[in-house]
Design a protein around this ligand. Structure first.
Ligand code: FNR
Length: 185
């Protein structure tokens, strides 16, 4: 039997009641057999500064980088900020992606996002796909998961309760597992 597939999940939002972090909690519940999903921490990262890196990776950045290295695949749930991905998420990717041996390369990437409005973060997701090209990652093409009108889909405790949205998350995880298995041979 093949070993467990380790997925590192990154949220583009830091707020406690984040819909996107809620999507990742749902993903943990919905993970297919053989997949474990761990939520990465990005809150304690400084702003990327090449001089700081030159003096030695900050512990928070080294930790995130090691988590990316250990992971078989990456799962991102991101809001859209001003039609793009949030600066904090980009900053986390920037820290973890510096050489040597950039650890995102060759890995499968699942992308989803939730917004309070009707676009469901599609513009942010397409910017993240562009970033993935440089990182030499392999984003899941389909299904695309654009969670719209998010406030209506979560309960008061922040649990994703909408059946269709849960099914969309499950479908993405299955596609991520299939792509990651294919990439890892
Ligand atoms: C937003 N929001 C937003 N929504 C959207 O659909 N398109 C956008 O371009 C933006 N831009 C934007 C910029 C900034 C700085 C903030 C703080 C917010 C609204 C955003 O989608 C909403 O706050 C989400 O609920 C944020 O996701 P979390 O925190 O719930 O995961």
């Amino acid at each position: 039997m093949s070993r467990t597939m380790r997925v590192l999940a990154l949220s583009g939002s830091l707020r406690k009641a984040s819909f996107n972090t809620g999507l990742l909690r749902a993903a943990v519940e919905l993970a297919p057999e053989g997949m474990t999903i761990e939520l990465g921490e990005t809150r304690d990262l400084p702003h990327y500064d090449e001089d700081v890196r030159g003096a030695g990776m900050p512990a928070s950045a080294a930790r995130l980088r090691a988590e990316v290295e250990r992971a078989d695949a990456i799962l991102v749930a991101t809001p859209e900020y001003n039609y793009s991905l949030p600066g904090g998420l980009k900053n986390a990717i920037d820290w973890a992606s510096r050489p040597p041996k950039q650890p995102f390369a060759g890995k499968a990437l699942g992308i989803m996002g939730a917004s309070g409005g009707v676009s469901g973060t599609m513009r942010a997701q397409y910017h993240l796909r562009q970033v993935a090209v440089y990182l030499d990652m392999h984003p899941v093409n389909k299904p695309e998961v654009f969670v719209r009108n998010a406030a209506t889909l979560f309960d008061a405790e922040g649990r994703l309760v909408d059946a269709a949205a849960r099914e969309a998350v499950r479908g993405l995880l299955e596609a991520l597992a299939a792509l990651s298995s294919k990439l890892r041979g």
